[in-house]
Ligand binder design. Structure first.
Ligand code: NAD
Length: 483
């Protein structure tokens, strides 16, 4: 299958005529070609978006709402097609794609379609003056997204950008482009005018960089690695573009002996390995209170060994393949590093041999490692795969010290039934999101994002709508007769 750009309402190849290979992680085989776009394609997309902007930004809120709601419905109407494409392209299980990725992509459109109707601004009065704030669309904006939750994270940016009245140039990951391509025709069928959403495919340092460098694209919303985020900031900052950067993570999962044990255990298995550990919010550093550590270690390893892994298209499987050969090699090299650093592999620690058609696929057994210090590379660097470390802690201060000893600060999970301790620690944890006795609980109205090397800016709710709008203050003196 050829993955084409979607520009001005039409599917077109890259102007250069060049292609990239696309692979299926489940089998390791070639599955198609992807348009290998460059700055020429970005400029074509920009011209289309610029031409579409006056009509889209001036459209009544009701009309824009109706189109974005119709996109949400269009995604749900094709749930099965999209879920199959997402699973085939990324190696995630069909169950994850069907129950998480695609419904959530629809929800992103539904949520921001409604939010735009309620987006209001402030006014400030004094006895003699009035100031009010306008929040206007920026114009043409760029949305660049990663491979781990392809359509889910792509729409998380595109929906609020469009809701405010901007036109968008979107770039999905070159590793998982299929569902983004399908989104083009869904938007068109929903009545979105040509040029409002344009999607260009290809390599990050080539077409992604061209979006960031384009002088007409005034805001960049990026989700991906800390390394690419830093490059984007280097280019965009001197051009005074608005940037929102959602970057890597190395999240702590802190478990106290007084927690609800069964819920904690079941959730910790999920928070470690869901989507093969390829969720930026996965808790990859597990710290357990010393008195509970032996029991936790035994039960956790037992539960991890029971996880059913294999063909991503089998709805019974809970784990599939990792996303690419490059990533497969990277994750295995970190397991090797962990061994060199003195880590003891309690389960997993190797690639999985699969039968038949799947024998060339990229499967890694869920891996639990103990015996490492917080300072070692395995615990400081993002692996982003099915690998967690476990480590005991002494007390609250020790737990906090370990949790915060990281260059990252995306999320943290805390398991305790001590209410005071929970809130005390939530305030001290260096993270943009803290979950207490739960994981991945998401309310789309809440701010989403990280601190330290996990990025800058917040997505979600009003934060996203504010990011994608330009703020203007209008002030006037009220005048009038002296009484
Ligand atoms: P990546 O940085 O390699 O690529 C992300 C996107 O950016 C892709 O579309 C890529 O083509 C593009 N890109 C790469 N270099 C670029 C450049 N120089 N200029 C412009 N665009 C560029 O990341 P990835 O490997 O696709 O995704 C995994 C990473 O994403 C992990 O670090 C993970 O933690 C992070 N992530 C973060 C969040 C979050 O919300 N904080 C969510 C999901 C994933």
């Amino acid at each position: 299958m050829d993955v084409l750009n979607f520009i001005n309402g039409k599917y077109v190849p890259a102007q250069s005529g060049q292609w990239l290979d696309n692979f299926a992680p489940a089998t390791g085989r070639l599955s198609g070609r992807i348009a290998d776009s460059d700055e020429t394609d970005v400029d074509m997309a920009f011209q289309a978006a610029k031409a579409a902007f006056p009509e889209w930004s001036a459209m009544s809120l009701d009309q824009r709402h109706d189109i974005l709601r119709a996109v949400a419905d269009g995604i749900l109407a094709r749930l099965d097609d999209l879920a199959h494409a997402e699973s085939a392209d990324s190696g995630k299980t069909i169950t994850t794609a069907r129950t998480v990725d695609i419904p959530r992509a629809a929800l992103n459109f539904k949520f921001f379609a409604t939010a735009l109707l309620h987006f209001a601004s402030e006014s400030h009065h004094t006895p003699g003056s009035l100031s009010y704030t306008l929040r206007q669309p920026i114009g043409v904006v760029g949305c660049i997204s990663p491979w781990n939750l392809p359509l889910y994270l792509f729409t998380w940016k595109i929906a609020p950008a469009l809701a405010v009245g901007n036109c968008v140039i979107g770039k999905p990951s070159e590793v998982t482009p299929l569902t983004a391509m399908m989104l083009g025709e869904i938007c068109q069928s929903a009545g979105m005018p040509p040029g409002v959403l344009n999607i260009v495919h290809g390599l990050g340092p080539k077409v992604g960089a061209a979006i960031v460098e384009h002088p007409g694209i005034k805001a960049i919303s990026f989700t991906g690695s800390t390394r690419a985020g830093a490059e984007i900031a280097r280019t965009a900052a001197p051009m005074f573009k608005k940037i929102s950067l959602e970057l890597g993570g190395k999240n702590p999962n802190l478990i106290f002996a007084d927690c609800d044990y069964d819920t904690m255990l079941e959730t910790s298995v999920r928070s470690s390995f869901n989507n093969q550990g390829q969720i930026c919010l996965c808790g990859s550093r597990i710290y357990v209170e010393k008195s509970l550590y032996p029991k936790f270690k035994k039960d956790f390893v037992e539960r991890v060994k029971e996880i059913r892994q294999g063909d991503p298209s089998d709805p019974e499987n809970r784990l599939g393949a990792v996303v690419s050969k490059l990533h497969f090699d990277k994750v295995l090299s970190y397991i090797e590093l962990a061994r060199q650093e003195g880590g003891v592999v309690l389960t997993g620690g190797h690639a999985l041999e699969m039968p038949g058609d799947l024998s060339g696929g990229w499967y890694i057994a869920p891996t639990v490692i103990e015996g490492l210090s917080t300072n070692c590379r395995t615990n400081q660097e993002e692996i982003f795969g099915p690998v967690v470390t476990i480590q005991p802690f002494e007390d609250e201060a020790d737990a906090l010290q370990n949790a915060n000893n990281s260059p990252y600060g995306l999320s943290a999970t805390l398991w305790t039934n001590n209410l005071q301790r929970a809130h005390r620690m939530a305030a001290e944890l260096q993270a943009g999101i803290v979950w207490i006795n739960t994981w991945m609980l998401r309310d789309l109205r809440t701010p989403f994002g990280g601190v330290k090397n996990s990025g800058m800016g917040r997505e979600g709710g009003w934060d996203a709508l504010r990011f994608f709008s330009e703020t203007k203050n209008v002030s006037l003196e009220l005048g009038g007769e002296e009484l």
